[in-house]
Design a binder for this molecule. Structure first.
Ligand code: AKB
Length: 314
């Protein structure tokens, strides 16, 4: 059957790049971009584009029927920092959107769903090093609670109704095309922009705060590999652990200094430190590697080189 994909949250950090990649694979008209508001650059660059509230099931259904959508990538979400500021709104957006899309699949309007979870599902009581797929999970942030609840719902809809939902626990994602917004790991993107523009960066996390991270190219590749894998290879229907690299603010600043020797880094930890301290430092992702062949490509050195190269060209 011909596939037609709807991306909810197509103007965000991951949505922008997934939309481009999927369009290069399936053609522009087989990938419908949507977001709550028009992209800053105007809709024409993202056409076909629909303004769509990811928490409005009826509105999504109309678009699904209009384009005969078969797959939905639900990327709209409120991230960890913003969710702490607006807990009720975060809960509403993060939960209503996944339940709307799961319901549409249950009612057989769509065949396959991708939904991102996060390392935020883990909490202060979780073992921090090489955190395994199944471990203590007591998230302490609104965002983490919503992601862990979403994971349970995904698994439930798969078990009860056979919904083909697939999910990854993304670490912090580093990219140059579109900046993230409202996350705790955002420093690892901002640092590159500031290093090139101002030659210095004040980090909101302490210098030894180690967090799991990944370059966008790897994140996009993992997402597409998971969605293309045979249904019977997907053994985990809550969400897969996914790992590539982990580093501290000090380590990434040292790596940047290899390219920009005058770069200056300072540290001024704020309320975001507590969120970072509640998350794992590194992730064990053996299941993803075994079940559907996940392999990452970029390490700290190659990612830093590529980020600086791409931003300098930009
Ligand atoms: C955040 O920092 O909130 C996100 C995440 C790790 O899910 N990047």
């Amino acid at each position: 059957m011909k596939q037609c994909i709807l991306i909810l949250g197509a103007c965000g950090q991951i949505g922008t790049e997934l939309t481009q990649k999927l369009r290069s694979m399936y053609g522009n008209h087989a990938v419908i971009a949507s977001d709550i508001r028009e992209p800053i650059s105007g809709c024409s660059s993202l056409a076909p584009f629909e303004i769509l509230d990811a928490s409005n099931k009826e509105a999504i259904l109309k678009v699904v029927q209009k384009y005969q959508i078969t797959q939905v990538y639900l990327l709209a979400a409120m991230l960890s920092v913003t969710a702490e500021k607006y807990p009720a709104e975060a809960w509403r957006l993060n939960m209503d959107s996944i339940l709307a899309v799961l319901d549409l699949a249950k009612e057989q309007h769509i065949q396959k769903i991708f939904w991102p979870s996060s390392i935020a599902v883990f909490g202060p009581s979780t073992p921090k090093i090489k955190t395994s797929q199944k471990t203590i999970m007591e998230p302490s942030t609104v965002y983490g609670i919503s992601k862990l609840s979403g994971e349970f719902w995904c698994n439930y809809y798969h078990e009860q109704y056979g919904v083909d939902v697939r999910s990854l626990r993304y670490p912090g994602i580093i990219s140059w095309k579109t900046k993230p917004g409202g996350g705790t790991t955002d420093y690892a993107v901002d640092i590159f922009f500031k290093a090139l523009k101002e030659g210095k960066y004040e980090c909101f996390l302490a210098k030894d705060t180690r967090l799991p991270m990944m370059y966008m190219e790897d994140a996009v590749q993992a997402t597409i590999a998971l969605m293309q894998a045979d249904r019977n290879r997907i053994k985990i229907r809550s969400s897969y652990n996914l790992a590539a690299i982990d580093f501290t603010p000090e380590e990434i600043s040292e790596e940047i200094k290899k390219h920009l020797p005058d770069f200056e880094m300072s540290y001024h930890p704020d309320f975001r430190q507590k969120i970072a301290d509640s998350w794992p430092q590194s992730i064990e992702d053996a299941e993803a590697r075994k079940d559907w062949g996940w392999q990452h490509e970029f390490n700290l050195e190659t990612m830093t080189r590529d980020m600086i190269h791409q931003l300098q060209k930009k």
